[in-house]
Design a protein around this ligand. Structure first.
Ligand SMILES: NC(=O)c1ccc[n+]([C@@H]2O[C@H](COP(=O)([O-])OP(=O)(O)OC[C@H]3O[C@@H](n4cnc5c(N)ncnc54)[C@H](O)[C@@H]3O)[C@@H](O)[C@H]2O)c1
Length: 253
């Protein structure tokens, strides 16, 4: 798809991987609607880049629908990119053998899986209303899983389940949306240097980077954004989850 002149909705676009994506797509000529909980950062970024902001909790269907409708007022929606996500640490049973609480597990599923599902369905519905290009393509959905979908570490039960759910939606959604010319790709990042890892400090980050095979560093948010741009521009990528991880395979802990 052609990025120039298109509209992209980016959930989680106020920070980290989503922010880098908004910056890159805007530089390539798209108008981005940032759908995020964080109004201060989201509005400031939208103002800086000439985009738009909608305060959105992705797990709330009405709010996602309203955000996508707002995006459609800017021009033809061609991309819905899901970067909003949360984590949780907890084992199947705690050290005192009491069971993992249901609530945090449910919350992670609501934000990560249902939130992505909401972005996919309302995003695709808007993209389907736009004119196809000469190859019959209308646009693309990009989701964000994690390498934890495949090599979940101890304590990552809820997070891995949610990211596995996103991987699982990728192929059936690509098949569902083929008749309207919408591609679906999921990115599974490894260890990325975003505000999510900010609490670790430089020493903690260096420790994490030691497990990366090559290049021996954390991923940059723009490594992710560059892949989103490539996915948007490469019409033959579809129905696949792409690891973006410097070949890391997460150890048990
Ligand atoms: N940073 C990493 O190492 C890493 C690795 C693998 C996967 N991921 C995934 O990448 C995505 C982006 O992570 P990041 O590192 O950029 O994090 P981040 O914390 O920098 O950004 C996440 C953004 O999502 C927003 N958000 C959170 N819950 C929301 C909700 N319910 N509705 C709308 N917006 C919401 C936050 O306000 C924030 O702006 C997440 O899905 C995360 O699981 C990150």
């Amino acid at each position: 798809m052609q990025i120039q002149g298109s509209v992209a909705v980016v959930s989680g676009g106020a920070s980290g991987l989503g922010e880098a994506t908004v910056r890159r797509l805007s530089a390539a000529g798209a108008r981005c609607l940032i759908a995020d909980l964080n109004a201060d950062r989201g509005k400031a970024l939208a103002d800086e880049l000439g985009g738009a902001f909608a305060q959105t909790d992705v797990s709330d269907a009405d709010q996602v629908q309203a955000a996508v409708a707002q995006a459609a007022e800017l021009g033809p929606v061609r991309a819905a990119i899901s970067c909003a996500g949360i984590g949780w640490v907890g084992r199947v049973i705690n050290r005192d053998n009491s069971p993992h609480d249901l609530m945090p597990f449910q919350k992670v599923i609501e934000v990560n899986v249902i939130g992505t599902f909401n972005m996919m369905r309302f995003g695709a519905s808007a993209i389907a209303a736009s004119e196809p290009n000469d190859d019959g393509e209308r646009g693309v959905l990009v989701n964000t899983a994690s390498v934890a979908a495949f090599d979940g570490q101890t304590g990552q039960l809820a997070y891995s389940a949610s990211k596995g759910g996103i991987v699982g939606m990728t192929l059936p959604a690509a098949r569902d949306l083929a008749p309207v010319g919408i591609r679906v790709i999921t990115i599974a990042p490894g260890l990325m240097d975003t505000p999510l890892l900010g609490l670790l400090g430089d020493e903690g980050k260096a420790k994490l980077a030691a497990d990366v095979i090559f290049p021996k560093r954390l991923g940059a948010a723009d490594d992710y954004a560059a892949l989103v741009q490539h996915i948007a521009e490469n019409p033959y990528l579809n129905g696949e989850t792409i690891r973006l991880d410097g070949a890391i395979r997460l150890p048990p802990k």
